[in-house]
Write a protein that binds this ligand. Structure first.
Ligand code: EPU
Length: 316
């Protein structure tokens, strides 16, 4: 895999002008607000820009990584080699089919925030997406990690996705091709390209049900109230840091029982409200976050013989 040389930087600058920045701190683009620089960060204006970029990067053996809202990712201090493609803020269209004879489906672009999908569904009386209320990511990112809550997950509603392949072509996959499991999506696609880069989710069709707007609104109110009561969503965090073990107690319960609420390394702190959240109290670094994650894993293992796995993606 190649790092960016001068020729690559010139092409990026000529092609994307103000929409490319070099040595861009990832702390500006992640909800943890930590992380070293991306060699280059590009904000494509539209699908055309995105296709051109991915095709060029693959032809030149340059790695790229799509990024949505940066809400489930921890970037190490040494940053990211290659190009980060920021999809939040572009690819924003959303619509639904209004034909009464067919099941109501929303078609939305990858860059649409889940909160906006929730509002859209609410406005049009479409039920089945309230589970995502309060999840801070974009549609593309949340499908990639099968984000969810106890009320449901992306795999429950995704009907199909359109992918941009590393060579620049498009491919559609139906739900029968997509293997969703707990916070995981496997797709039946060979991703052994030279750069090791994956396809990028461009858009998705979500299947919902028509319902009474009033009841959806009431349900939404209840869910948000619960969320705010139990989770520190206003703080700088990446949501739950660890996956729940497949059976038995949840990660939050185990960390809590290990007495780790409020435990701090530098400015990284285990939330006092929900123990599976780590909060950046101000000036935390990626190393503080990683050290706290290690500490939690070793103390929980010592106490309960359970190895907690991170749900947050660690990159760099
Ligand atoms: N609990 C504690 N102490 C804590 C936190 C939780 O004792 O500090 C207990 C709770 O009282 C409850 C149990 O642990 O009895 C489970 O907690 P909760 O209902 O908060 O759910 P969770 O399993 O910790 C999951 C998702 C969340 C999602 C919530 C609510 C995972 C890893 N987490 O949390 O998703 O919001 O359910 O639906 O699956 C995320 O993925 O980023 C995320 C926050």
């Amino acid at each position: 895999m190649m790092a960016l040389d001068q020729t690559a930087k010139i092409w990026l600058t000529d092609t994307f002008a103000d929409d490319v920045t070099f040595e861009e701190p990832m702390s500006r683009h992640t909800s943890f607000q930590v992380g070293g620089p991306a060699e280059a960060l590009v904000r494509p204006k539209d699908k055309g820009d995105l296709v051109r970029l991915v095709q060029w990067a693959t032809e030149h053996g340059i790695a790229y990584m799509p990024l949505g809202a940066g809400s489930n990712i921890l970037v190490r201090e040494n940053g990211i080699q290659g190009i980060v493609i920021l999809l939040a803020g572009c690819l924003l269209s959303i619509a639904h089919n209004k034909a009464a004879a067919t099941a109501p489906c929303i078609t939305a672009d990858a860059g649409v925030k889940l909160a906006d999908v929730c509002s859209y569904a609410l406005k049009h009386g479409l039920q089945g997406f309230n589970f995502a209320l309060g999840i801070p990511g974009t549609l593309g990112g949340s499908i990639r990690v099968n984000a969810g809550t106890s009320g449901g997950c992306m795999g429950d509603v995704v009907e199909s996705v359109t992918l941009l392949m590393p060579q620049g072509s498009f491919r559609s996959l139906n739900k029968t091709d997509l293997a969703f499991s707990y916070r995981k999506l496997d797709w039946p696609i060979d991703t052994t390209f030279e750069t090791g880069c994956e396809p990028i989710i461009l858009e998705a069709v979500l299947c919902l049900q028509q319902a009474d707007q009033h009841s959806i609104r009431n349900e939404a109110g209840r869910i948000l109230k619960q969320r705010n009561k139990h989770q520190p969503w206003a703080a700088s965090s990446a949501g739950c840091v660890f996956k729940n073990p497949l059976e038995g107690r949840s990660a939050g319960q185990l960390i809590d029982m290990a007495g780790l609420k409020g435990k701090r390394i530098g400015d990284a702190e285990v939330s006092t409200k929900h123990a599976n959240f780590i909060i950046n109290k101000g000036r935390a670094t990626a190393n503080d976050m990683l050290a706290l994650i290690d500490l939690i894993q070793s103390i929980v293992y010592e106490r309960f013989h359970i190895q907690l796995e991170t749900e947050v993606r660690i990159v760099g």
